[in-house]
Design a protein around this ligand. Structure first.
Ligand code: F6R
Length: 620
């Protein structure tokens, strides 16, 4: 997830770009950059100092040759290529006359880059984006207009993108387009104060709302040609279309949170995208799983005899889910350790144990130290991280990035779902290498995985129903969460969410373990949330639910749509759509996040900044 912006006309293009980038920083801040255009040549400035990138960029831009008629800008969340200045956008073609900013992933960039290199193009970054600039360069050499060159280029590109392009030959023109990644267009008429008319394009409304409320959303595969007083939208085939006008009644602060009250709910609503982006480019049409960026080759992975996962908190819960996937599909024994405990036992590790660290931040000291320990024992270490080039990603032998974009809320939501998706992919990839997965099964699982973003979206839409259930329990101070099989880590994650943002005691138990002691705590009025979606252990879960119900507990179930048999045993149900049982945590955890969210809000708490917690924990 990156942020892009473009502005042409008006009286303050540079300030508009910089201010817009500041508002887009929530989408990534690994680097920032702009290309400015006066009457012809392009002038580029970039900076890559993480959270300080924009400050640095502002200093460089102060030295720009003026005046500026148009410009494009970018704030980056690194995916392909490290977070360096070399990889910072905008990217240029060989001549320096075409500049591109891009959000998304060009899936076929390797193929395109090879062809372009064979045709003599010189690359100056490690990004997937740069191919777009060179492809446009080739198209422009045929003497066509920029918009036509962009259309011809995008017909060759696979993947997701929102992008904006300027070229030296067409001063004051910005061409922008999108597929999957969002893009809005704005037009400002001449102001009463004499301000010149202007046109804008950006990844989201917040970046341009300060300038205009005349906004439109582009649809997939639409290309817009912008000049200060004109906007023309057409399909990739060049057919003119009417864009969808946006009704915006947010103020700027609401716009930064995408119109949500807080980052947590915004990020929960970004979960379908986070899962889709994490799967993007990794499911090949032939029914194979492709993780070629891992840095640990298939030959070494084929030698692995055992997997050990280390992680903390929500990341640990993602590991617990993955254990079932490693064992079921890849037939690899798997253990999951809490990272802070791992180092203080005498682990038995060797070069055939694949150690997988899961960490959103890639900086959590407990996990980092555990992975260092594992490397000392000669084990290959693979990290599943969301932050590119974080300490863990740099030190590990291999890395698999989740593509959830930056998470501002302290409680992990979208990054947790992205971790679950990434771990499922990893298990299936290992199964493919080890030959434990038939091509027919792979194709079925593939379809199930691809459907997950849609199912998560459907689940999120039921927020009001979850809020109603949560409202019945706002005075409950003590919850039990039960689950079995992959439902257990889901229950653990649900309990953690409730503890950390609503400050309510919540204990998660393997449902079958209750009768070995904790059931003594169940009395009339005790509230039990149980994960009871369809799975091979569904009947067993329901027997455990019957045990607590018969002792007077009030039971809330997470159950699959239409499963009336489950509903009959519950006082309330959080309904979710069904999927393959091993993928079900990706969907089932969502209503539990919502339950915690509504409980916290009912208590008047700040869900984005819960007390005593930090987003990244760098102390032991
Ligand atoms: C819970 C939460 C934490 C983190 C844990 C690990 O909502 O966010 O439990 O999951 O601190 O952090 P990372 O994944 O950055 O290593």
């Amino acid at each position: 997830m990156c942020g892009i912006i473009g502005a042409t006309g008006g009286d303050a293009v540079v300030e508009t770009l910089l201010e817009g980038l500041r508002r887009l920083e929530y989408r990534g801040y690994d680097s920032a950059g702009v290309v400015l255009q006066g009457q012809g040549e392009l002038w580029r400035a970039r900076a890559a100092r993480g959270t300080r990138s924009l400050e640095d960029l502002r200093r460089v831009v102060d030295g720009a040759p003026g005046p500026t008629a148009a410009g494009i800008g970018h704030t980056r969340w690194a995916t392909h290529g490290g977070p360096t200045e070399r990889n910072a956008h905008p990217h240029l073609d060989c001549t320096g006359r075409v500049a591109v900013v891009h959000n998304g992933i060009i899936e076929n960039y390797r193929l395109l880059a090879d062809k372009l290199a064979a045709g003599g193009h010189q690359f100056s970054s490690d990004t997937d984006t740069e191919v777009v600039a060179h492809l446009i360069e080739d198209e422009l050499s045929g003497g066509v207009a920029l918009a036509d060159a962009v259309r011809a280029t995008l017909r060759q590109v696979q993947g997701a993108f929102s992008l904006a392009v300027v070229c030296a030959g067409e001063p004051g023109t910005i061409v922008a387009a999108r597929r999957v990644s969002p893009l809005v267009v704005g037009m400002a008429e001449a102001g009463e104060d004499g301000a010149a008319p202007a046109a804008y394009v950006a990844s989201d409304i917040a970046a341009v709302l300060g300038h205009t409320r005349n906004l439109w959303a582009l649809d997939d595969d639409q290309v817009v040609e912008l000049r200060p007083q004109s906007m023309r939208v057409a399909t990739l085939a060049g057919k003119e279309v009417e864009p969808v006008a946006l009704q915006v009644d947010w103020d700027l602060e609401a716009a930064e949170k995408g119109g949500f009250d807080d980052y947590m709910s915004k990020e929960m609503h970004e979960q379908p995208r986070a899962v889709a982006d994490t799967l993007l480019g990794r499911l090949l049409p032939a029914g194979t799983f492709a993780l070629d960026e891992l840095r640990i080759g298939p030959a070494q992975l084929a030698e692995v005899e055992r997997v050990l996962v280390v992680a903390c908190g929500s990341s640990h819960h993602a590991g617990l889910v993955a254990k079932y996937a490693f064992e079921h599909w890849a037939r690899l024994p798997c253990e999951v350790d809490i990272a802070s405990e791992f180092r203080y036992r005498d682990p038995v590790l060797d070069s055939r144990t694949l150690v997988v660290g899961i960490s959103q931040s890639g900086e959590t000291i407990d996990t980092l130290q555990a992975l260092r320990e594992a490397r000392q024992w000669g084990a290959p270490v693979l990290v599943v991280a969301n932050v590119v080039d974080s300490s863990m990603a740099r030190e590990a032998d291999g890395v698999l990035y989740t593509h959830a974009g930056p998470e501002v809320g302290v409680a992990a939501t979208k990054t947790h779902l992205a971790q679950l998706a990434a771990m499922e992919l990893l298990a299936l990839y290992l199964a493919q290498i080890r030959g434990t997965l038939s091509p027919a099964d792979a194709r079925l699982l593939f379809a199930d995985l691809s459907a997950l973003p849609g199912l998560v979206g459907e689940t999120l839409e039921r927020d009001d129903a979850v809020a109603e259930v949560a409202a019945r329990f706002t005075s409950t101070r003590d919850f039990f969460f039960l689950g079995r099989h992959v439902g257990l880590p889901v229950a653990m994650e649900g309990a953690l969410k409730l503890k950390e943002i609503a400050y309510v005691r919540a204990e998660a138990y393997p449902a079958g373990e209750l009768k070995h002691g904790p059931i003594a705590l169940i009395e009339p009025g005790t509230v039990v949330l149980a994960v009871a979606t369809r799975s091979p252990v569904w009947e067993k879960v329901m027997s455990n639910v019957a045990e607590v119900r018969s002792r007077g507990a009030t039971v809330v179930l997470v159950a699959n749509d239409g499963h009336e048999e489950a509903a009959a045993e519950a006082d309330a149900v959080l309904w979710v759509p069904g999927t393959h049982p091993l993928f079900s945590p990706v969907v089932d955890v969502v209503p539990l996040q919502q339950f915690a969210y509504h409980t916290a809000r009912a208590h008047g708490l700040d869900v984005d900044r819960p007390r005593n917690l930090a987003k990244t924990v760098t102390v032991e």
